[in-house]
Design a protein around this ligand. Structure first.
Ligand SMILES: *[C@@H]1O[C@H](CO)[C@@H](O)[C@H](O)[C@H]1NC(C)=O
Ligand SMILES: *[C@@H]1O[C@H](CO)[C@@H](O)[C@H](O)[C@H]1NC(C)=O
Ligand SMILES: *[C@@H]1O[C@H](CO)[C@@H](O)[C@H](O)[C@H]1NC(C)=O
Ligand SMILES: *[C@@H]1O[C@H](CO)[C@@H](O)[C@H](O)[C@H]1NC(C)=O
Ligand SMILES: *[C@@H]1O[C@H](CO)[C@@H](O)[C@H](O)[C@H]1NC(C)=O
Length: 316
């Protein structure tokens, strides 16, 4: 039997460019990250996105993300279980003990990290380990793919950082809040945050593009949280559906403090309730709202099920 050159080339190219898992391949979702992803101590005042995604996609969820986490406590130390020293070792110990069952072909791993690495009490305010920059925290996040690959994982979705400069905490109009009451120049914070997030996200993309060809048999996707949240801010009517006027600047649960007041309060708080909540992009000064998280869950599910490629680039 003869195959034409063009058929042979087509087959070779077809194999080489088949990126991403197939539409019904994934059954298990294993999540890593910080309070944006923590399914127990949720950051959105309601149900976290992994729980919604597990429902939307009929995935079995194995949640390892922990509120307050950074990528590595060696780089930006927080008192919580970091991805590198806490969450990944915990996952590996459970996998090795056989208490979780995660066959590589039908399991996808997600990581959404960075807010606590670049933010206040870390790089933004000079509280990182000496010499550490966003280059190191980004390398740490990308290295999560390599570490899990070496232990057998094959499918990955890397969620980049949201435009943190637009959160009530880091916007030019920021007020003293439960996360930070000390005097600061909010214009400068917002400008610096813009630089950190944009640089970190661009580095992550380049580092992932560099890493991916060294991981045979892997599917690595880059989920563009930055673009999704930018679109939610520009076109809230496409995403937010509450009964109050749509609001992408302020939080459902906003508390204004006095400058230099202890973060324990007292504070001047405003809280949206009931169906008004789904009009807001932010839950509090640093966290996306539950409706924003439903959108994240819907879009992550669509990426995994391959029903949408709008926010996801499959690098392999
Ligand atoms: C959901 O997933 C489970 C386990 O993979 C499977 O047994 C079940 O049939 C699925 N349900 C639906 C409605 O697809
Ligand atoms: C963090 O530092 C400890 C102690 O030096 C080391 O064992 C560990 O591998 C480091 N973690 C990372 C992610 O480099
Ligand atoms: C805050 O920083 C901005 C940008 O550097 C500067 O233009 C502004 O004067 C500063 N404001 C105060 C009150 O120092
Ligand atoms: C957003 O919500 C805040 C706090 O509830 C409120 O002060 C502000 O006017 C709202 N903005 C819009 C555009 O409705
Ligand atoms: C907004 O849409 C979500 C689905 O994305 C739904 O669960 C929620 O109940 C809706 N909110 C309101 C106030 O209708």
């Amino acid at each position: 039997m003869f195959l034409s050159i063009s058929t042979v080339l087509f087959v070779i190219v077809g194999v080489a460019t088949a990126a991403g898992p197939s539409s019904n391949q994934i059954k298990n979702l294993v999540t890593f990250g910080d309070s944006y992803t923590d399914a127990m101590q949720t950051g959105d005042g309601g149900t976290a996105w992994p729980t919604y995604a597990a429902g939307y996609g009929n995935f079995t969820l194995f949640p390892f993300a922990k509120a307050g986490a950074s990528c590595s406590n060696n780089l930006t130390s927080t008192p919580f279980l970091s991805v590198a020293e806490g969450q990944v070792p915990l996952y590996l110990s459970e996998k090795n003990a056989g208490t979780i069952h995660v066959p590589p072909q039908e399991t996808i791993y997600t990581l959404w990290i960075g807010t606590n690495d670049v933010g206040a009490n870390a790089i933004l305010t000079g509280h990182q380990a000496p010499g550490v920059t966003v280059v190191d925290t980004t390398a740490c996040a990308v290295n999560w793919v390599k570490t899990l690959y070496q232990t057998g994982a094959r499918n990955f979705l890397f969620q980049n950082m949201i435009p943190l400069q637009h959160t009530p905490m880091y916007s030019p109009n920021a007020y003293p809040n439960r996360y930070w009451t000390a005097a600061r120049n909010t214009t400068e914070w917002s400008l610096t945050m813009t630089e950190l997030v944009s640089s970190g996200n661009t580095l992550a993309k380049l580092m992932l593009q560099d890493l991916t060809p060294t991981l045979p048999g892997a599917h690595v996707g880059l989920f563009d949280s930055y673009a999704l949240f930018t679109d939610m801010i520009a076109h809230p009517q496409n995403y937010l559906n509450g009964t109050a006027p749509l609001n992408v600047t302020d939080a459902i649960n906003a508390c204004i403090f006095q400058v230099d007041e202890p973060t324990s309060g007292p504070a001047d708080c405003t809280t949206a309730t009931g169906t008004d909540k789904d009009s807001f992009l932010w839950w509090d000064e640093v966290h996306p709202s539950e409706q924003a998280d439903r959108v994240v869950a819907r879009e992550i599910t669509a990426a995994i099920k391959r029903t949408s490629s709008r926010w996801t680039t499959w690098l392999s």
